[in-house]
Write a protein that binds this ligand. Sequence first.
Ligand code: PLP
Length: 400
Amino acid sequence: MTPKTGYSRRMDSVRRSFIREILKVTQDPSIISFAGGLPSPDSFPCEELAKVAAAVIGESGRNALQYSTTEGDKELRTWVADRYRTKKALDVDPDCIVITTGSQQGLDLLSKVFIDPGDPVVLEKPGYLGAIQAFSLFEADFRIIPLGQDGPDLGALSEAVADGKARFFYAVPNFQNPSGISYTLEKRKGAAKILSDAGVCFIEDDPYGELRFMGESLPPVASFMTGRKVMLGTFSKISSPGLRVGWLWADPDSAHKMVTAKQASDLHTSTLLQAILVRYLKEYDIDEHIAKIRAIYKERRDVMAARIREKFPTEVTCTQPEGGMFLWAELPEGYSAMDLFDLAIAEKVAFVPGKPFFIDGGDACLRLNFSNSDPERIITGIDRLAVCLDKLLSAKTAGA
Ligand SMILES: Cc1ncc(COP(=O)(O)O)c(C=O)c1O
């Protein structure tokens, strides 16, 4: 039956991204924004890409401006497969890599390939908003697994997959968005065993794994899976998000289905941007570039964490991630980050209240992005937020 709104039923099951709405408010340059999940523009390889783009169009424009295959550029897929082999000891066939228009498109394709309306899908709590949005559009029925500081609650994961009906468990095991939490080795192995035993697919989304600036890298959960798994990756955080180039790695059959789904979405990811990336990867050392990004983010994370320790009321807790782009703070019970948000905008500082990252609950949490503000603005912004926190906590105490 056609819904009364005149729009498809699936549009009723999805919320507009609250973060995109907040980003509109934070266009005002006087507001210090810790809201967006934006990489630092200081980290973009502008000069290198300018040179490479001119060379690609000048020397091979007739190919680079043409339609191309849905799977993506073979050289780029081979680069991704080699990197999985060298960095993560995963044996990856380039023919099982599909280049996507950002890893966000990977989420859309997965939904098309795996979810029928009402199918159970297992998610972390809190979870990545873009995934909640993508899966909601395909009318998934969410089963939620709480995240602790060391990773998912494995008891809850076992329960969620026990009936064998869940289509997949989607997770971000490295420096998760929004919480900054990473899974320990034990949790990685434990989650993989539970899913493999239950025959439930694991979707590992890893946009932040390369942004580790302290501690030791851990193997992907996928490396412990004996059952079906899909990995998503992206150039957004190691090069620049405006390129909109990501990838997925899946078993041959799933990869084939993703390609069919992608044909209907956009035929293929920009031929030109793939060609530019291929040339950039040949002519420049991306590891050197990633080392620069890590250094910038480490400084910013250290400045933010230290200022929070100094200025925030002690009742407010905060994660200390070893990489990525986010800190995650929690107010004492009974306080709302939405109330704090209103005070913060008046004080000209912004963050994302936790609620949109939860299917339900999350009122007391806030996500703070540290990658997109320089240390001076981080200090000023955290000072402003500390003033708001004092106001919020003292108002409630006075009213209590
Ligand atoms: C966990 C996660 N997955 C996917 C994406 C989408 O990234 P992309 O720019 O590759 O589409 C993001 C972006 O912030 C993210 O945080």
